[in-house]
Design a protein around this ligand. Structure first.
Ligand code: HEC
Ligand code: HEC
Ligand code: HEC
Ligand code: HEC
Ligand code: HEC
Ligand code: HEC
Length: 301
């Protein structure tokens, strides 16, 4: 009696294994027919969105893309279609990625904090200014203190064509944004033609017009991308220790020792008010000195 039951059990057991094996074998064959050799069958957990932990598992597709710099989604498109609607798989990305552009939506991989595509968040999910990918994007773009928002393409190449622009990810993305300065950072002034440099090791910019590389500015200033306190009134022109913005005496006629912040408006009244507050950020750090044409006739006691 007991023997018989066991035999039946073993028969069932081996039958199940045989079926499982042939099924796995078949689906492997099926997947081998698909055009992208890089990926086999998706692992379990690939689409498990139930928790933060499941989404940060190495098997989750978002994490896979991050870990393997598969950012241009070329692999995925080879099976799921260029429109992400499923292609040969019949399995659409757009059921979950419902924002415009689907998985190409700018804020899926970076940005989002203020509805913008610049970090935070960074590619690694960090929102900390001390992270290279985050840095002081916000101070340049979302809550500017001293100027109008700085265009992306003053620091990055323009992305005509959006996500698929060759300037964005290219064929072999490395997960590191490229810094290529635009015209503002290179604004020439008499005797100074800035050649801006981004140093990733020290996270500093130097030789940038915007931060002082102009005729009577602080030409050696090297603000730190990950430290907002490295820029203040006086760090680009004037005295960074006291915060006095008064530029080095020099230039044509203007600026002498003893000039007060409450004097600036007399000549630069379209930019700064009598209290010494920059009220028109659009005209500050815009590549032009804005001053009254009859400044020579101005008398300041
Ligand atoms: C070799 C072809 C192939 C490639 C390459 C491929 N997939 Fe798939 N994918 C499939 C097939 C077939 C299915 C449906 C069967 C399954 O779930 O295994 C699927 C299912 C999925 C699902 C599950 C959908 C659901 O609703 O549960 C997700 C998510 C997914 N793929 C994402 C990706 C991503 C992201 C990439 C690129 C990194 C990618 N796939 C690359 C073939 C592929
Ligand atoms: C079952 C729902 C679902 C499907 C189907 C799906 N995704 Fe996702 N995907 C997610 C979720 C959830 C995240 C995590 C987003 C987050 O945490 O904000 C994610 C993240 C991503 C990311 C972000 C990677 C990163 O590190 O920032 C990319 C890119 C992506 N998916 C591409 C795809 C592609 C391509 C497809 C189709 C081939 C696909 N997804 C199908 C739910 C899905
Ligand atoms: C003032 C210069 C500046 C401006 C303006 C700027 N960026 Fe950046 N961006 C940087 C620097 C510096 C880095 C860090 C580069 C590195 O890691 O080497 C960076 C990195 C990035 C990264 C990669 C993030 C990561 O996690 O590694 C993205 C994405 C990005 N920027 C998008 C944008 C977008 C979108 C805009 C416009 C809305 C923009 N940036 C405007 C300087 C700038
Ligand atoms: C699938 C993820 C993903 C999506 C979606 C995405 N990006 Fe990016 N983006 C990246 C990565 C990764 C980098 C870092 C550059 C690299 O790896 O070469 C980057 C870098 C950037 C940069 C910095 C300059 C550069 O190319 O190095 C800008 C600007 C940018 N993205 C804008 C956008 C815009 C605008 C969109 C929407 C049209 C967008 N991104 C959508 C992943 C993405
Ligand atoms: C009497 C008029 C006058 C006053 C007052 C004055 N400026 Fe100027 N400023 C000028 C003129 C004219 C220029 C452009 C020509 C030059 O460089 O001398 C200029 C240029 C500048 C520049 C740009 C320099 C460059 O190299 O591009 C800065 C910065 C500046 N002023 C800041 C200030 C500040 C801060 C104050 C107040 C503390 C101030 N100015 C007060 C007339 C004045
Ligand atoms: C991020 C660097 C930076 C900081 C910080 C900065 N400036 Fe300037 N400032 C400039 C540049 C660059 C110019 C040259 C003219 C231009 O491009 O607008 C300038 C010019 C000026 C001018 C001349 C008018 C004009 O055309 O802009 C005044 C006045 C001035 N700054 C006042 C101040 C005061 C006051 C502070 C502190 C509250 C300050 N600046 C902080 C970069 C800076």
């Amino acid at each position: 009696m007991r023997m018989k039951k066991l035999t039946v059990f073993y028969l069932l057991f081996f039958f199940t294994i045989a079926v499982t094996l042939s099924y796995v074998g078949c689906s492997e064959v099926e997947n081998n027919l698909a055009p992208a050799p890089e990926l086999g069958i998706h692992p379990p957990g690939w689409a498990d969105t139930t928790s933060a932990a499941s989404k940060s598992s190495a098997d989750f597709h978002g994490q896979y893309i991050y870990d393997n710099n598969a950012w241009n989604l070329t692999q995925c498109k080879s099976c799921h279609g260029n429109d992400y609607k499923g292609g040969t798989t019949g399995s659409s990305c757009l059921t979950c990625h419902t924002s415009s552009g689907g998985p190409q939506n700018c804020r899926l991989c970076h940005g989002g904090a203020s509805g913008h595509s610049n970090p935070p968040s960074a590619l690694n999910g960090s929102n900390e200014i001390s992270t290279l990918g985050v840095g002081v994007h916000v101070y340049h773009l979302d809550s500017t203190k001293y100027s109008a928002p700085v265009e992306c393409n003053e620091c990055h190449l323009p992305l005509e064509g959006g996500f698929n622009s060759p300037n964005h990810l290219g064929d072999n993305p490395d997960g590191i944004a490229e810094i290529v300065f635009g015209t503002l950072a290179q604004t020439p002034t008499p005797g100074v033609t800035p050649a801006p440099v981004w140093n990733r090791e020290t996270a500093t910019c130097s030789n940038v017009y915007c931060h002082g590389d102009f005729e009577i500015g602080n030409n050696a200033a090297a603000p730190v991308w990950t430290d907002p306190n490295s820029v203040k009134c006086g760090s680009c022109h004037g005295d960074p220790v006291t915060g006095n913005p008064n530029p080095r005496p020099g230039g044509l006629y203007s600026h002498w020792e003893g000039l007060q912040i409450t004097n600036c408006y007399v000549c630069h009244g379209t930019v700064i008010n009598p209290q010494g507050v920059i009220y028109n950020k659009d005209l500050h750090v815009n590549g032009q000195v804005n001053y009254r044409p009859d400044y020579r006739s101005v008398m300041i006691k």
